[in-house]
Design a protein around this ligand. Structure first.
Ligand code: ADP
Ligand code: TZD
Ligand code: MG
Length: 577
């Protein structure tokens, strides 16, 4: 930026100027946002260049969707909005999936897209990449804003940041027309127009009577259960959540991305006794988890017939009674709610009845015992248990590593087999079960924390973002991708029911070598066929810290349709394969 100049008495006064480019950068930096996930092009190419020049970390992707998934998970990991920046219409649309995903998962993210001339777009006169982006973004995000004047950039960025992180976090769209980016204004006035967002996500303290009501319900419980969701992981109230669980003595069930909030080996973990605790519990404390499809909407067969009372902690008041009656709604931020509960429990809180906690432990130990030997198998071709048995040991030995995970069987088996030991280390497909999330999340995890990443990917899942391995190599990130190559979606064995020449819709090219894709960009490729080889390859890759990809051949017969959610497939009464 230019600085004010001193003028000699007779020289004409030269006004120091700034422009949209630099005001955007200054507004972001003032709010401590220094990392951008993007794809360059008109009108944001120079904006990316200037961001880099001004000391921001600008990561250029091969496709906006993955830049967006990176930004969304960066938001989850840091509690600051992750930024994805795109060009107009097609780039914007590519970014929208991740914006909608961020909103659905309650991750703070801002999609910044350049856009075309307002006058031409609104008259539909066919501008370059013409599209009314603001209207299209609105239903897919928490808030959408457009800035038309350089002097409003500061307030526009501030609004976007506050909207992303306050209350229930979500995705925000910020529309920046090309003309705005190039607009010029007085530098001093520009500097004054910037806004620092003070306390962007203010604490939301629960009402004392709501806390008391929750404690009263909990006190009366004979078979209590705590469910921790990814909102609890997001809240970064790790010590208080652990203290609450331990003081209460109540068994807890982590949702997939809450795994590791307390170690999966914690004696109160009821993960391996999931069916029993859902069915038999009489009071359920929901902490940052929704009673959506992932929890069968809080009713029906998987919840059993025993009457249940729910205590629900969430920052979003509308979430209460979304699916079933909530006996004790506790609206507030998780840190404040959990510490209020802890305080209210006093020093003499009694543990739940021993017959309940013992029943849970017995079931859990029996289930752990039942699968233990399967996890040790060294079968060739590998099944999911043998392969994941190897990776489970690797994560146990490297608890700081992230586990990124997507696929169907690859996801469902890994979720239950691989224990997590630290908070926010497991990053997966989220509320929608999106395929293609893996590489963007792996890249952001490595970039935001510097920690190593193990990405366990179904071969189909990997294919959605496979080209981003070039991005991984380009930035030399410590990411080891393991592709569970079973030659298809769910299984590699389907046949075309018509008997025609095309292969079945769920089947891929046999004996594909994904490891060679990694080698093409200078990364390290491994091809393995047994659990022992898999373990050796992943250990070597993670020790080296180099971008690597392990093509792990899995028995094409081993998986089941849709992993564990095959029941959600509609059935035809007319034809059945
Ligand atoms: P999971 O998929 O793990 O069950 P969900 O995404 O369904 O989790 O639920 C997360 C919930 O956490 C959302 O309802 C969201 O409003 C809530 N949440 C997110 N952050 C906070 C916070 N800081 N305090 C309270 N609730 C939060
Ligand atoms: N497209 C998107 C964006 N998300 C999806 N969830 C799907 C399609 C449908 N789908 C699933 O739900 S899982 C899956 C698809 C295509 C791939 C499963 O195959 P995989 O895993 O190879 O990744 P397994 O181990 O073979 O089951
Ligand atoms: Mg597969």
């Amino acid at each position: 930026m230019s600085s004010p100049e001193t003028n000699s008495a007779d020289a004409p006064e030269t006004e120091a100027l700034t422009d949209g480019f630099h005001l955007i950068i200054d507004a972001l930096k003032l709010n401590d946002i220094k990392t951008i996930y993007m794809v360059p092009g008109i009108p944001v190419t120079d904006l990316g260049r200037y961001m880099q020049e001004e000391g921001m970390r600008v990561l250029s992707f091969r496709h906006e969707q993955h830049a967006g998934f990176a930004a969304a998970i960066a938001g989850f990991l840091t509690k600051k909005p992750g930024i994805c920046m795109t060009v107009s219409a097609p780039g914007f649309l590519n970014g929208l999936t991740s914006l909608a995903h961020a909103t659905t998962n309650c991750y703070p993210m801002i999609l910044i897209s350049g856009s075309s001339e307002r006058e031409i777009v609104d008259l539909q006169q066919g501008d370059y990449e013409e599209m009314d982006q603001l209207s299209i973004a609105k239903p897919l995000c928490k808030a959408a804003y457009r800035v038309l004047h350089a002097e409003d950039i500061g307030i526009g960025v501030a609004r976007a940041i506050r909207a992303a992180v306050s209350g229930r976090p979500g995705g925000i769209y910020l529309d920046l027309p090309a003309k705005l980016i190039g607009q010029v204004m007085n530098a001093e006035a520009g500097a004054k127009s910037l806004v620092k967002v003070i306390d962007p996500a203010p604490a939301q303290i629960p009402a004392p009577d709501a806390v008391q009501r929750a404690l009263d319900v909990l006190k009366g419980a004979k078979r209590p259960l705590i469910i921790l969701g990814k909102g609890a992981a997001y809240a970064q109230a790790d010590d208080d959540i652990k203290a609450f669980v331990e003081k209460s003595g109540i068994p807890y069930l982590p949702m997939s991305m809450a795994k590791g909030l307390l170690s999966d080996t914690h004696p109160q973990s009821a993960g391996p006794a999931r069916s029993l605790v859902l069915k038999e519990s009489d009071v359920v404390v929901m902490v940052g988890a929704r009673l959506n499809w992932l929890l069968s909407h809080g009713k029906g067969k998987s919840w059993g017939t025993a009457p249940k009372k729910f205590i629900h902690i969430d920052i979003e008041p509308k979430e209460m009674d979304s699916n079933v009656e909530i006996a004790a709604p506790l609206v507030g931020d998780i840190g404040s709610c959990v510490s209020a509960l802890l305080a209210g429990m006093g020093d003499n809180w009694s543990a739940p009845p021993a017959d309940w906690t013992e029943a849970v432990s017995t079931k859990k130990n029996a289930n752990i015992e039942r699968v233990a030997s399967k996890l040790q198998n060294n079968n060739v071709p590998m099944d999911y248990q043998g392969a994941l048995g190897s990776l489970r040991t690797i994560i146990a030995e490297r608890p700081d590593a992230f586990l990124v995970n997507e696929g169907a069987n690859t996801l469902d088996f890994a979720r239950s087999i691989i224990n997590m030991y630290k908070p926010r280390k497991r990053l997966d497909v989220g509320t929608w079960g999106v395929m293609g999330i893996g590489l963007g999340q792996a890249i952001a995890a490595a970039v935001e924390t510097g920690h190593p990443v193990l990405a366990v990917e179904g071969d189909s899942a990997f294919g959605f973002s496979g080209m981003e391995i070039e991005t991984v190599c380009r930035y030399n990130l410590p990411i080891c991708i393991v592709v569970f190559n079973n030659g298809g979606i769910y299984r590699g064995t389907d046949v075309n029911p018509s008997g025609g020449d095309d292969v079945a819709t769920t089947v891929f090219t046999k004996e594909s070598r994904y490891d060679k894709m990694m080698e093409a960009f200078g990364g390290v490729g491994y091809h393995v066929t047994s659990p022992d080889e898999l373990k050796r390859a992943v250990n070597e890759a993670m020790d080296s810290g180099k971008p690597s990809l392990v093509n792990a051949v899995i028995d094409e017969n081993a998986g089941t349709e849709s992993g564990r959610i095959g029941n959600l497939n509609p059935q035809s009464v007319v034809s059945k394969k």
